[in-house]
Design a protein around this ligand. Structure first.
Ligand code: LFR
Length: 490
C-alpha cells in the first residue's frame, strides 16, 4: 500500500510556497509547486484613512497565491490526501459573523511601540515572563492586542485567528487554534498549558479564542467548493501541523544529540535548544530567552536574533537606488563572493537590537550603528555585507552557547537550517566562533516539518513516520563545517 502525497503551505515573511511532499522508499520527496513573494505593505494601500506608518500583510493576495498553488498541486497529483499550513507567528485576523474585519497587521507595525508601555502599566515584563515564559519582543500578540484595544475593531470582533488558523478556516470553515503557534501569543500560561485567564480577560479576547488543536489533529475537510476548484478527486483533510514555522523547522532539524543547538535561519535567526521543560529562571529572562512549545511536548528555549532580514533589506535598498539611477540590479551572491575575501571586520553590530526591527534604509542604519560603536562606516556594499555576516555569526555562536548553558549542558554542535544555511561564509564563521562542528541543512526544513507531521497523521500510511529526524537525515544532503583557527568566544 502506498501513501498518498500531502500539500504543505509554508508562509515566510519574505516568500511563501506550496509544496508536495511524499514518502518514497522511506525518503521524503519535496516538490516545489508554487512560490510567491511576501512582505510588509503600507496599510494605506487598503484603508485610505490609516496612519501612513502602519504596516499590514496582503492577506487576500496571499490567499489567492495559496489557491493558485493548490490548484497546481492538484493538477500534478490529484490524489493529495491532506493540506497543512504553517507561517510566521504572532499575527492574527479578526472576524465578525464569519467575515474578516480589516487587514492582518504586520508584526513590524510601529503601533506596538506605544502599546508596550501601556501593557506594562498592568503587567511588568518580569510578571509577563513569569506567566507566559516568552522573550520580550514588542510584537508579541499581547502587545498587539493592547494596541488593538485603543481601536474599536477588537471590541466588535467575535473571533481571533492566528494566520495559519485563518487559512485553515478559509480552507475548511472550521475555526481552531493550533497549539505551537498559540504559545507565541503570550496568552498561554506556561505552567497550566492553557489560556491565562487573567491575560485573556485584560486583553479583551476571553470570548474570541478558538478551541486549541495539537499538531497531527484534523482541522476539517476541504470545503466542497474549493475541492472542486482545485480538481481534487478524493476527500482531502486539512491537518493541523506545527503551524508556527519555527516549530515545524525545529521538528525536522536532524539534531545530532540532546546537546545540539539549532539555528533556524530565515528572516529571523532562531537560536536555541530543545528541552522537555521550559526554563523560567530569572537568568533566562535576563538573557532574553523564550520558551515556545514544540511538537510532541517539546519546548524550544531560544532567542530571536534578526536573521537574513538584514541582507534582504539592504539589498532592496540598493536595488531601489539602482532602479532610480537606471543601473543594473545588485546580486546578493556576487556581494557574498566579494565579502568572503575581505578580512574579519573589527566593529560589529548587534543583530538582536530592537533598532533593526523596522524595515527601510538598512545600509544607512547599519553604517550609523558602526560609527556609534566607534568604527568606520563601510566603504563598499561587500564590506557592509561582510559586517552583517560576521555580526550574525558572532551573535548566533554566542547565543547557541548561552542556550546550552540555560539547558544545563555544554554545547556539542550546531545545526543551521532554512534559507540562511545556504550561506557558506556564515556557516563557516559560526563554526569558527562557536568552536564546534556546524551541520548545514536542510534548506526547506520548515516545509519538511509540515509534510512529516501530515504524513504521520495519515491513516493509510504503511510507514509510520515515527522518528521524523531519521527520515530527514535519510532524505537530504547535509553540509559540514569544522571550526578553523579563530578565537573562542568568551
Ligand atoms: C520566524 C518567526 C519567529 C517569530 C517571528 C515573528 O519566521 O515565526 O519564530 O518570532 O517569525 O512571527
Amino acid at each position: 500500500q502506498t501513501q498518498r502525497p500531502v500539500a504543505a503551505i509554508d508562509l515566510g515573511a519574505t516568500s511563501g510556497r506550496v509544496m508536495i511532499g511524499e514518502l518514497v522508499d522511506g525518503q521524503i520527496q519535496l516538490t516545489l509547486v508554487h512560490r510567491f513573494a511576501n512582505g510588509p505593505v503600507a496599510l494605506t494601500e487598503f484603508e485610505t484613512d490609516a496612519s501612513s506608518q502602519s504596516l499590514a500583510w496582503d492577506i487576500d493576495g496571499l490567499w489567492s497565491q495559496i489557491k493558485l498553488g493548490l490548484k497546481k498541486a492538484f493538477e500534478l497529483r490529484a490524489d493529495i490526501a491532506s493540506i497543512g499550513v504553517d507561517s510566521w507567528a504572532v499575527d492574527y485576523a479578526l472576524l465578525k459573523d464569519g467575515r474578516r474585519l480589516g487587514q492582518v497587521r504586520h508584526y513590524r507595525d510601529p503601533r506596538n511601540e506605544l502599546a508596550v508601555p501601556e501593557l506594562e502599566k498592568k503587567f511588568s515584563r518580569a510578571e509577563l515572563f513569569e506567566l507566559n515564559g516568552l522573550q520580550f519582543l514588542p510584537f508579541n500578540t499581547v502587545y498587539q492586542l493592547e494596541a488593538e484595544q485603543q481601536a474599536q475593531r477588537l471590541a466588535s470582533a467575535d473571533q481571533l485567528l492566528l494566520v495559519p488558523d485563518y487559512i485553515n478556516w478559509l480552507l475548511t470553515g472550521q475555526a481552531r487554534c493550533e497549539w505551537t503557534n498559540a504559545s507565541t501569543t503570550g496568552l498561554l500560561n506556561q505552567r497550566s498549558g492553557t489560556w491565562d485567564q487573567e491575560l485573556v480577560r485584560v486583553l479583551g479576547v476571553a470570548d474570541k479564542l478558538a478551541q486549541i488543536v495539537h499538531p497531527g489533529e484534523t482541522v476539517g475537510s476541504l470545503v466542497p467548493e474549493l475541492a472542486q476548484e482545485f480538481g481534487a478527486t478524493n476527500a482531502v483533510q486539512v491537518v493541523a501541523v506545527a503551524s508556527h514555522d519555527t516549530a515545524s523547522a525545529v521538528a525536522a532539524t536532524p539534531l545530532t544529540s540532546k546537546k545540539s543547538a539549532y539555528i533556524s535561519c530565515g528572516t529571523w535567526g532562531l537560536v536555541g535548544v530543545e528541552l522537555t521543560e521550559p526554563v523560567l529562571t530569572s537568568q533566562a529572562q535576563r538573557a532574553g530567552f523564550t520558551n515556545e512549545l514544540g511538537l510532541d511536548g517539546t519546548v524550544r528555549v531560544l532567542k530571536n536574533v534578526t536573521g537574513t532580514f538584514l541582507l534582504s533589506e539592504s539589498l532592496s535598498y540598493w536595488n531601489q537606488e539602482a532602479k532610480q539611477a537606471g543601473d543594473a540590479e545588485v546580486q546578493l551572491n556576487d556581494l557574498l563572493a566579494e565579502a568572503q575575501k575581505l578580512p574579519v571586520p573589527q566593529v560589529l553590530i548587534d543583530p538582536q537590537a530592537e533598532q533593526f526591527l523596522a524595515p527601510g534604509r538598512m545600509p544607512v542604519r547599519i553604517s550609523e550603528a558602526i560609527i556609534d560603536a566607534g568604527g568606520i562606516a563601510p566603504e563598499s556594499k561587500a564590506e557592509l555585507i561582510r559586517i552583517i555576516i560576521e555580526s550574525l555569526a558572532s551573535s548566533f555562536a554566542s547565543q547557541a552557547h548561552e542556550a546550552a548553558r540555560l539547558g544545563g549542558f555544554d554545547l556539542e554542535d550546531i545545526h543551521i537550517v532554512g534559507g540562511g544555511s545556504q550561506g557558506e561564509l556564515l556557516c563557516q564563521r559560526i563554526a569558527d566562533l562557536a568552536r564546534v562542528h556546524v551541520t548545514a541543512g536542510p534548506v526547506e526544513c520548515t516545509a519538511l516539518g509540515n509534510v512529516l507531521v501530515q504524513l504521520r497523521a495519515l491513516p493509510e500510511g504503511t510507514h509510520r513516520v515515527d522518528d521524523l529526524r531519521v527520515v530527514v537525515r535519510r532524505s537530504t544532503g547535509l553540509r559540514h563545517y569544522q571550526p578553523v583557527g579563530a578565537l573562542k568566544l568568551a
